[in-house]
Design a protein around this ligand. Structure first.
Ligand SMILES: Cc1ncc(COP(=O)(O)O)c(C=O)c1O
Length: 421
């Protein structure tokens, strides 16, 4: 009989990994208190729970003005609009990310210019950014992917030289630090998602860190139907601007306020278990860990991503992931490269930006080799739940990957036959 669960052998892990989000009576009490208070929505902005969350979140990341809002997509649209980025401006983004990183500048009227990633970190390649800068370039959106951070020293240096706005997409990077500075506090803006899969969640929601009170003031006004929010705080005297309702509700903020209390302990457990995982995984033939940059002083783990060299490992990443799932370890090959992303085909829609600027969306002409290799052959994404299951959780995941590598020949043969039929 085969050793591999996908070919009828025994499963490495039969017990499910812990669920997310984690909750207890505190969450129920917090939501109940909001129901009883009668103050449910986000208006007047910010409500007491939302103001408290803004304070706590900016403390967690170590500075900047926090403006909670509806999602980690509108945060980036608002960042663009708050700095006057709009119709026909170019915003450089990495090819390896969720579609929101491109959809957000488009919602502000700007054109996403997709560039390649650094194969060592899977984050935006500063050399590719430099090459893509053109007269209409106004901003760079970096994505701190999985558990990595983009090279913020290089990015800030380039942005400074070309007078560009830097927006850090920190949807995966709650609690992460670069040279001791919180992710999202280095560029002009840090955009965080609080959607339910994220390591700090309120079900849905987002929070935008703004480096100055002037930027926070503009952001708060845009998300509160244009009302004036001096310094990014409560509504005050001042002109109306053009905005819309992107407010976070008090229910969401109440949940975020409980989640943020649990966050430091969860983050430290993930970090400890990830270091343990690094050691064990690096001994498996064909496994390549992503770069551990010493300037990335605190790692945070939305997903643990590693690479394989398919020739040495023995199979491609999709076969490994399918086999790993069968072993009881949730696994994903990750996003598609943005220019190959089946969901991201704006030129096929009636969206204003691709309709007006089709020359930027000729994906068949784009060649971004590092992103293509990562997305089509190498990347393996593991769930952070593995770390919440302690050493046993990590041991099981590593044992399953080792088992698959040991039996890669048999798996490759089975995959070949499957494709032929
Ligand atoms: C890299 C990245 N950016 C942005 C977002 C968007 O966040 P939201 O779903 O809160 O709009 C996500 C969400 O998955 C993401 O992974």
């Amino acid at each position: 009989m085969s050793e591999l669960a996908i070919l009828g052998g025994p499963k490495t892990r039969s017990q499910p990994y812990p669920e997310w989000p984690v909750w207890d009576e505190r969450d129920i009490e917090a939501v109940t208190a909001v129901v009883r208070s009668g103050r449910w929505g986000g208006y007047p902005y910010p409500g007491p729970q939302t103001a408290e969350f803004a304070r706590r979140f900016s403390e967690l990341q170590g500075g900047s003005y926090a403006v909670p809002m509806a999602s980690g997509t509108v945060t980036m649209e608002v960042a663009c609009r708050a700095t006057g980025i709009g119709w026909g401006d170019e915003v450089i983004i990495p090819a390896y990310t969720f579609q929101a990183t491109a959809a957000a500048p488009m919602a502000a009227g700007a054109i996403p210019v997709i560039v390649d990633i650094d194969p060592q970190t899977y984050c935006i390649d500063p050399k590719a950014v430099e090459k893509a800068i053109a007269p209409k370039t106004k901003a760079i959106i970096v994505v701190h992917l999985g558990a990595e951070m983009a090279d913020m020293d290089a990015i800030m240096e380039i942005a400074g030289r070309h007078d560009l706005v830097v927006i850090e997409d920190c949807a995966h990077a709650h609690g992460a630090k670069w040279r001791g500075k919180g992710a999202g506090t280095i560029g002009q803006f840090g955009s965080f998602s609080l959607q339910s899969s994220k390591t700090l969640t309120s079900g849905e929601g987002g929070v935008l860190l703004c480096r100055t009170s002037e930027l926070a003031e503009k952001a708060a006004s845009i998300i509160d139907c244009g009302r004036s929010h001096p310094g990014g705080g409560e509504e005050g005297e001042g002109e109306y601007s053009l905005g819309a309702n992107y407010r976070m509700t008090e229910f969401q903020s109440a949940l975020a306020n409980v989640g943020i209390e649990r966050f430091p302990e969860q983050a430290s457990q993930r970090e400890q278990m990830a270091s343990y995982m690094d050691e064990a995984l690096s001994e498996i033939p064909g496994v390549r860990l992503l770069k551990r940059d010493p300037r990335h002083t605190t790692r945070s783990f939305y997903r643990y991503i590693f690479a394989i060299d398919p020739e040495v490992f023995g199979v491609e990443h999709d076969a490994l992931c399918t086999a790993l799932d069968a072993e009881g370890v949730d696994c994903w090959t990750g996003y598609e490269a943005m220019h190959h992303y089946t969901l991201f085909q704006p030129a096929k829609s009636k969206l204003a930006v691709p309709a007006a600027f089709p020359q930027y969306f000729q994906f068949e002409k784009m060649h971004l080799p590092a992103a293509e290799r990562a997305c089509e052959h190498e990347a393996v994404w593991l769930d952070e739940a593995i770390f919440r299951a302690g050493r046993q959780g990590v041991d099981d995941a590593v044992a399953a990957i080792r088992k698959i590598q040991r039996n890669a020949k048999e798996l490759a043969e089975a995959a070949r036959k499957f494709r032929e039929n």
